[in-house]
Design a protein around this ligand. Structure first.
Ligand code: 4NP
Length: 167
């Protein structure tokens, strides 16, 4: 944990408009429900600069509204930097290609760089990419939501086990 006694977690994808803003929102919701939010600092980013400064995709905004009653319209896309890779305690990539891009950018490989679906409770799907819903229909965003929801639950369980001071 960093000096300020928070666990700093960065979720990242390619554009930071579809998957990782949703992962950030779902995980934030879970730690708020658990009364643990003061122990965490959560952000999201993209390996590319394609959408920097833009708000999340309408598909992600809609599913966040429908399922979490959260408004993501104020969120803005940012690009993942070498500083993020150095400073955050946990870095969680949505796909293997996102992870590989991050490794190219890191000064030294981060200790806790994970794939989101390393935390997949469905064993047969563990380690797979979170599918990219960009340009797809709302059902694709629903599918991504369901994957992220169960993986975020598992991630939080694992962090609580690794950091007993959180509870
Ligand atoms: P994300 O989705 O990585 O989940 O935010 C994408 C967003 C934009 C693009 C690809 C994926 N793009 O090629 O612009």
């Amino acid at each position: 944990m960093s000096d300020d006694e928070t666990l700093d977690i960065m979720f990242f994808c390619l554009g930071n408009i579809c998957r990782s803003p949703l992962a950030e929102a779902i995980f934030s919701h879970k730690i708020e429900e658990a009364g643990l939010d003061r122990n965490f600092h959560i952000e999201s980013s993209g390996t590319s600069s394609y959408h920097v400064g833009e708000e999340p995709d309408p598909g992600s905004q809609k599913v966040a509204r429908d399922r979490l009653e959260r408004d993501l319209s104020h969120q803005r896309s940012q690009q993942l930097t070498a500083e993020h890779l150095r400073d955050f305690d946990y870095l969680v990539a949505m796909s293997a290609s996102n992870r590989d891009k991050a490794l190219e950018r890191a000064d030294t490989p981060p200790d806790d760089l994970h794939l989101m679906r390393d935390f997949e409770p469905n064993e047969g799907e563990r380690g797979l990419d979170v599918p990219d819903p960009y340009g797809g229909g709302q059902n694709r965003f629903e599918l991504v939501y369901n994957i992220l929801d169960r993986c975020c639950e598992e991630l939080l369980d694992e962090l609580r086990a690794r950091h007993p001071g959180l509870d």
